[in-house]
Design a protein around this ligand. Structure first.
Ligand SMILES: O=C(O)C1=C[C@@H](OP(=O)(O)O)[C@@H](O)[C@H](O)C1
Ligand SMILES: C=C(OP(=O)(O)O)C(=O)O
Length: 446
């Protein structure tokens, strides 16, 4: 087994850059931008298209590390893919992967780690290794592997840990009734759902221990249905019933990334600016599209439409509330970045699971804010941030794109911050610092 390696792909922003400096803005930031494609839509659509019968065309894909490694893995499995900028054509394999033995390196992409094993296990014949960065090796995987075992899969851990690397044999999945916990990651359930139509029999799934970020299951179900799957579920996504049947190729344009949009909306909130994200609408299954409601609660003037989101920042942000971020936990950190500038403390609750994301996000944001001089209270499932004056410091995002992006936001208001390893934004938004520059924010690198 090879050593795990870095997750930076050829689509990453320059590997030569070690530190980024974002200067405090001298005036409110105004702009209207388009954000890149959604990571969640891209990696689901790529994998389902590769499992489908026929050739799919997907427009508006995200070009970042996570999607690069997804395309790379599918190609290593023998899928014919042509990529033309943000458009890909994928000749589906019907789940009969042409290359019967391969090693797939998937960087730090939680989505691929949770969606690919089932997509391989459904195949008849073949044996593949799936591995990722050390960061991804350390993230939870066993609830998915246990549930796939229950459906008849042969999957082995290749290390001491119950995580990547995995060896997956193409034994087919027989179908049946299984349970999966939803409290650590919703992605285990999404991975089971995506594989289920290609099982030999009906699959019934019961979700136990609650479900974090349920809207991501909405994206999974929506795309599965668009590709022709027969899937039924109850209202709270705790029970699913999937009939066997082939996925059929589709021609579709994917949504832009609502999570990425939030950083630019938050920039307006912070700088008394005005920002329009032209290609993300409010009624998306991407939960982060509704983060604008939290910005409204903080005193921003907002416009939420089907096709765009607009935020105008107030004189002073409002605090003095607790917000349960379980439904859209990727933005818990963004609140952490805004809270020191509010007029009263803000508490983020119910996000214990983000300690198992790319970094222990609760500890990283709390330690960074403390380093900048802010009073924080860290709890197992969240944090309270107090308003305060900040001084510059060197901040380490711990190879986590969302930490780096929120450090960039704070830097637009505080002098003397340096962000280490800024290239980690490439996981979902390699163009993050370029976008800031385009908006007139001064960014330099070392
Ligand atoms: O299914 C998806 O596309 C995602 C699900 C969420 O993960 P968890 O359910 O593991 O929290 C989210 O944080 C991640 O960015 C994308
Ligand atoms: C949790 C995240 O990523 P992943 O898809 O690797 O789980 C994220 O993008 O915030």
């Amino acid at each position: 087994m090879k050593e795990s390696r870095s997750s930076r792909s050829p689509w990453a922003f320059s590997a030569e850059i070690h530190e980024a400096f974002v200067s405090p803005v001298k005036a409110p930031v105004h702009g209207a931008i388009n954000v890149p494609g959604s990571k969640s839509y891209t990696n689901r659509a790529l994998i389902i298209a590769a499992l489908a019968e026929g050739t799919s065309t997907l427009r508006g894909i995200l070009r970042s590390d996570d999607s690069y490694w997804c395309l790379d893995a599918l190609k290593r499995l023998g899928t014919k893919i042509s990529i033309n900028d943000e458009e890909v054509a994928i000749k589906g394999t019907g789940g009969r992967w042409p290359v019967k033995e391969a090693e797939c390196f998937i960087g730090s992409a939680g989505t691929i780690a949770r969606f690919l094993p089932g997509a391989l296990a459904i195949s008849q014949g073949g044996s593949w290794v799936v591995d990722g960065s050390q960061q991804l090796r350390d993230r939870p995987l066993s609830p998915l592997v246990d549930a796939l075992h229950d459906l008849g899969a042969e999957i082995d851990y290749l290390s001491e840990q119950q995580g990547l690397p995995l060896q997956i044999k193409g034994t087919g999945l027989r179908g049946g009734e299984i349970e999966v916990p939803g409290n650590v990651s919703s992605q285990f359930l999404s991975g089971l759902l995506i594989a289920s139509p290609l099982a030999e029999g009906t699959v019934k799934i019961r979700v136990v221990n609650g479900l974090v970020q349920p809207s991501y299951i909405g994206i999974t179900v929506q795309l599965m249905r668009q590709f022709g799957a027969q899937i039924e579920h109850n209202e709270d996504y705790s029970e699913f019933h999937i009939e066997p049947g082939a996925y059929r190729a589709q021609d579709m344009t994917l949504e832009a990334d609502a999570s990425t949009a939030c950083y630019f909306l938050a920039l307006a909130a912070l700088t008394q600016g005005e920002m329009v994200v032209k290609n993300v609408g409010y009624h998306s299954f991407q939960p982060d599209a509704q983060f604008i409601d939290v910005l409204e609660l903080m005193g921003c003037a907002v416009e939420k439409t089907e096709s765009f989101l607009k935020v105008i920042g107030p004189e002073k942000l409002k605090g003095g509330f607790t917000v349960d971020m379980k439904p859209m936990s990727d933005q818990a950190l963004t609140i952490g970045a805004l809270a020191p500038f509010a007029n009263a403390p803000i508490t983020v609750s119910n996000v214990a699971h983000i300690r198992k994301h790319e970094s222990d996000r609760i500890t990283v944001i709390c330690q960074a804010l403390q380093k900048l001089g802010i009073q924080v209270e860290e709890r197992e499932d969240g944090f309270t941030i107090y308003p305060g004056e900040m001084q510059g410091a060197q901040l380490d995002p711990h190879d986590d794109h969302r930490n780096a992006m929120v450090f960039g936001l704070i830097s637009t208001k505080v002098d003397g911050i340096s962000i280490l390893d800024p290239g980690c934004v490439s996981k979902t938004c390699p163009t993050f610092f370029d976008e800031l520059k385009q908006l007139g924010v001064d960014v330099s690198f070392k």
